[in-house]
Design a protein around this ligand. Structure first.
Ligand SMILES: Cc1cc2nc3c(=O)[nH]c(=O)nc-3n(C[C@H](O)[C@H](O)[C@H](O)COP(=O)(O)O)c2cc1C
Length: 230
């Protein structure tokens, strides 16, 4: 069987994933906020891929916690305002070469409002329609099999301890179900920003399984995560 596909060597393989703004606390108690798009979700866990040289990664190591703020397509400009910035001072050489600048107040630069969290010290970003609070449960290296890449990227597993949702995104009368027809995540695809087209493109057999069948024991466990002292 022949195919019209051709071999290609794209330098990046960012085929399109939602943007997440990771909120963390700096050593001096100020906040950092960093856009990432290497994130996926299973149960009440989130796995993120993040550069080892990022301020966020240092904060995650030190504090063991963060917020995950999900911008919709409407918040693209705010995300873009903190693109190519870092909370690290001095700016790591690889970032300097790509035109990154030190920004100690990413919330102000983005035009986003910090909001207290319940179980973590890191603030949430009010304007994002969905906020999650989370605790670090595991960390691994990525590409440790290649000496030139070893130590550059970390894969961090996070256990979600709270989910905050803007009420207009919930299904009518269903406080625990987000309506995908109302949720328009900001997508980064090959470094550019996109939203989703409205409506489903096809019926989904997977969606015939009730969402409640996926409820993780982590959901009950999260209720035991005590509110942190403010
Ligand atoms: C839309 C977008 C997506 C990004 N995705 C990632 C990512 O998945 N992982 C990563 O390490 N950096 C990602 N970056 C780059 C980080 O934002 C960048 O390393 C930033 O300096 C981190 O901030 P910090 O050093 O203050 O933690 C992304 C940037 C943008 C604008």
């Amino acid at each position: 069987m022949s195919s019209s596909h051709v071999l290609s060597e794209p330098a990046i393989l960012y085929f399109g994933t939602p943007v997440v703004l990771v909120g963390t606390s700096n050593e001096d108690g100020t906040a950092n906020l960093a856009p990432i798009s290497s994130a996926f979700w299973l149960g009440w866990r989130c796995v993120i891929g993040i550069s080892a040289s990022s301020k966020t990664t240092a904060n995650l190591r030190r504090t063991g916690e963060c917020t995950l703020n999900l911008p919709s397509a409407a918040e693209a400009a705010a995300v873009d305002r903190i693109a190519r910035t870092t909370g690290s001072n001095p700016v790591p050489p690889r970032k300097l070469a790509r035109g990154y600048a030190f920004e100690p107040d990413k919330f102000a630069r983005a035009g986003l409002t910090p909001l207290d969290s319940q179980t973590v010290a890191a603030p949430r970003a009010q304007e994002c329609p969905i906020h999650l609070e989370a605790a670090v449960t595991a960390r691994h290296g990525l590409a440790d099999d290649t000496p030139a890449l070893r130590g550059q990227i970390e894969v961090v597993e996070l256990r979600v301890t709270r989910v905050h949702v803007r009420p207009d995104l919930l299904m009518d009368g269903q406080p625990n179900r987000i309506d995908p027809d109302r949720w328009n995540p900001l997508i980064m695809s090959f470094q550019k920003f996109y939203g989703l087209s409205s409506g489903q493109v096809h019926a989904s057999r997977l969606a015939d399984i009730p969402e409640s069948a996926y409820r993780s024991p982590d959901v009950d466990r999260a209720r035991d995560d005590a509110p942190c002292e403010t």
